[in-house]
Design a protein around this ligand. Structure first.
Ligand code: NAP
Length: 353
């Protein structure tokens, strides 16, 4: 018997469709006093979405994330490598897969770190921020981003100018919400006052924050509450230190990982992560899950901004949401284990006024 043959192109060109149960996985969290809601876990495209990784592997991670309810993707002008390539690749995925879901997505970008040569390719001038926002929109093929950030405080440009540029981007319809990243508590309060006076409140702060680097607890979280701003914690896993990746490493044979963690893989830090891992196991969690759950406890971050190089990492990290409650004894234990400077506040200088 002969079977009718169908052209394989019919299947190949069938558009990707997201999982129908994607919003049944967890609740979404309000960002400060704004109308914006974020998933408890968001995905950042800093490191694994440039031209260093295949397009197919990137697309697999992004599709999987969206299927599992992660509708916030965080970018910046300089993400890659090379700088700009993550936004370009994301634009390609948007055109191919996510265009029908644009109104469900929260897409962010930023400017503040070095992007192009000359005096106007870095920091916080109006000239840099406005030009960079346009370039980011063009790379991604978007009319607007949902959140645009000043990526770091600029000690030489008047804060009024930097925050004024964010206000202009909102008025031009190029950003729906604006925020700041790695600003100190003091600068955050000043920036928030300026923004409120302009009529475009800063809704969100993006600081580095994890169990080994809790600098935000010394003033910034309080300021954010006072200013009714939300927060999204980046580098929640200390770039892999707070996972099972380095548990069996000895200081002598320390391997370094994707970025140089040589200085961070000290005997003291390895001791800390092993103790944290023991605690995680008593809670039925992996170390990565403990680290993420801890950031989602009451009064900490609105959303946790992870990086991932595989869908397996993503799934493990999403498993953190099964238990985000902590007893006071557990919190005390974590504070005792993690006390002392672990030397991983990589963005400290950008938060200094
Ligand atoms: P991170 O979550 O601390 O580290 C992510 C890395 O940890 C992954 O790339 C992966 O390393 C490893 N990892 C993740 N889950 C794992 C698991 N379950 N088991 C083992 N290893 C695991 O975050 P990050 O990459 O430093 O930053 C996350 C996002 O924050 C960025 O993409 C970006 O959006 C944002 N960010 C913002 C700023 C800022 O200045 N505002 C600065 C940095 C980052 P491998 O890739 O080696 O597998």
């Amino acid at each position: 018997m002969e079977y009718e043959r169908f052209s394989p192109t019919a299947d190949t060109h069938r558009p990707w469709a997201a999982a129908e149960d994607r919003y049944e996985q967890f609740g979404y969290r309000r960002v400060g006093a704004s109308g914006l809601l974020l998933p408890p876990i968001s995905l950042g495209l800093w490191w694994n979405f440039g031209d260093n990784r295949t397009f197919d592997s990137q697309r697999e991670i992004l599709r999987h994330a969206f299927d599992r309810g992660i509708n916030h993707f965080d970018l910046a002008n300089n993400y890659g490598p090379p700088a700009g390539s993550a936004e370009e690749n994301f634009g390609r995925m948007l055109r191919g897969d996510f265009r029908p879901y644009r109104d469900e997505l929260v897409i962010s970008s930023k400017a503040g770190w070095d992007m192009w040569s000359g005096p106007f390719g870095t920091l916080g001038s109006r000239k840099y921020l406005m030009a960079s926002a346009d370039a980011s929109l063009q790379r991604m093929g978007l009319d607007y981003v949902d959140i645009f950030y000043s990526h770091r405080f600029d000690p030489k440009t008047p804060l009024e100018e930097t925050i004024g540029a964010l206000d202009t981007l909102v008025r031009q319809g190029k950003a729906l919400y604006v925020g700041i990243s790695s600003y100190s508590a003091e600068r955050t309060a000043q920036a928030s006052t300026i923004a409120k006076d302009l009529g475009t409140p800063l809704v969100i702060h993006q600081p580095s924050y994890n169990m080994l680097n809790p600098w935000v607890e010394h003033g910034l979280l309080q300021t954010l509450e006072q200013e009714q701003m939300g927060s999204i914690a980046f580098t929640p896993l200390a770039q892999g230190l707070l996972t099972d990746k380095y548990l069996d490493t000895t200081e002598v044979e320390r391997s370094g990982g994707r970025r140089s963690l040589q200085d961070q893989l000290s005997t003291e830090n390895l001791d800390k992560i092993r103790k944290l891992n023991d605690l995680a196991n008593t809670r039925g969690q992996s170390l990565a899950q403990l680290a993420i759950a801890w950031l989602l406890r009451d009064g900490a971050a609105t959303s946790v901004l992870i990086g991932a190089s595989s869908t397996a990492q993503l799934d493990e990290n999403l498993g953190a949401l099964r238990n985000t409650d902590f007893t006071s004894e557990e919190l005390e234990q974590i504070a005792t284990i993690t006390q002392g400077d672990a030397g991983i506040d990589w963005w400290k200088s950008s938060a200094i006024s």
